[in-house]
Design a protein around this ligand. Structure first.
Ligand SMILES: [Ca+2]
Ligand SMILES: [Ca+2]
Ligand SMILES: [Ca+2]
Ligand SMILES: [Ca+2]
Length: 226
């Protein structure tokens, strides 16, 4: 399986293995770094690290493929396979799809949408990162998601459905018990851990950092680190 290191040199090979699509931007072309803003691949790893532009990548299908971003803002859509995504610097936007994914966001204010199920390990890195976790199924078990290297200013949003059938959306619809079923474990930048264990809609302190769980009133809850 080839890894694309240079778009201009590898365009022919890349086309033989995957589909390259362009964004709606007029005048784009395959021969220029400026012209290629989005890569769609179902069979080839995508490596944007040699690029200086804010290129994007979308993986389709369910093959186990990887994407390496660059120092710019990248929009990276993983697929339903097991993906390793290294977003690099810049304010990157990542979506996981299904599968067991390992994602490193790097510097920058990054945004991740976790969906599709599977085990996710996500390293936020520096910057004010946002994590939106959409549990795959009822009950809303988010224990398969581990967020590491979090910092003050990061935000985690959990979307819930009425898993406990009480006719209302509430934090009790989310399975985040640490003792029996696993947990949503946060690893802070200083290496300390805290775990949302039977969390209530209030503030708590662990390891010198505060987290606040807030009911957004629309079936989502924000966990803000401060
Ligand atoms: Ca990047
Ligand atoms: Ca980044
Ligand atoms: Ca995936
Ligand atoms: Ca980051």
């Amino acid at each position: 399986m080839a890894t694309i290191n240079n778009l201009e040199d590898a365009a022919t090979d890349f086309l033989a293995n995957a589909t390259i699509t362009e964004t709606a931007t007029a005048g784009v072309g395959l021969a220029s770094d400026n012209g290629i803003t989005a890569f769609v691949s179902n069979s080839t790893n995508v490596d944007l690290s040699q690029q200086t532009e804010s290129n994007n990548a979308a993986l389709t299908g369910s093959a186990n493929l990887n994407v390496t971003g660059n120092a710019e803002a990248n929009v990276i859509a993983a697929n339903n396979g097991d993906n390793v995504i290294n977003a690099g610097g810049g304010d990157d936007q990542i979506s996981t799809g299904a599968g067991n994914d390992t994602i490193t966001l790097g510097d920058g204010n990054d945004f991740v949408t976790v969906d599709g199920g599977g085990v996710k390990v996500i390293d936020g890195g520096a910057g004010n990162d946002s994590f939106v976790i959409n549990p795959a199924a009822t009950p809303n078990d988010i224990s398969a998601t581990t967020l590491t290297n979090l910092n003050r200013g990061d935000t985690v949003t959990v979307t819930v459905t009425d898993a406990n059938g009480n006719g209302a959306l509430d934090i009790n619809d989310v399975t985040i018990s640490a003792s029996e079923t696993g947990s949503l474990t946060f690893t802070l930048g200083d290496g300390s851990l805290f775990t949302l264990d039977g969390v209530a809609v209030n503030s708590a302190t662990d390891g010198g950092i505060n987290y606040t769980v807030m009911d957004n009133g629309d079936g989502t809850y924000d966990v803000e680190l401060s």
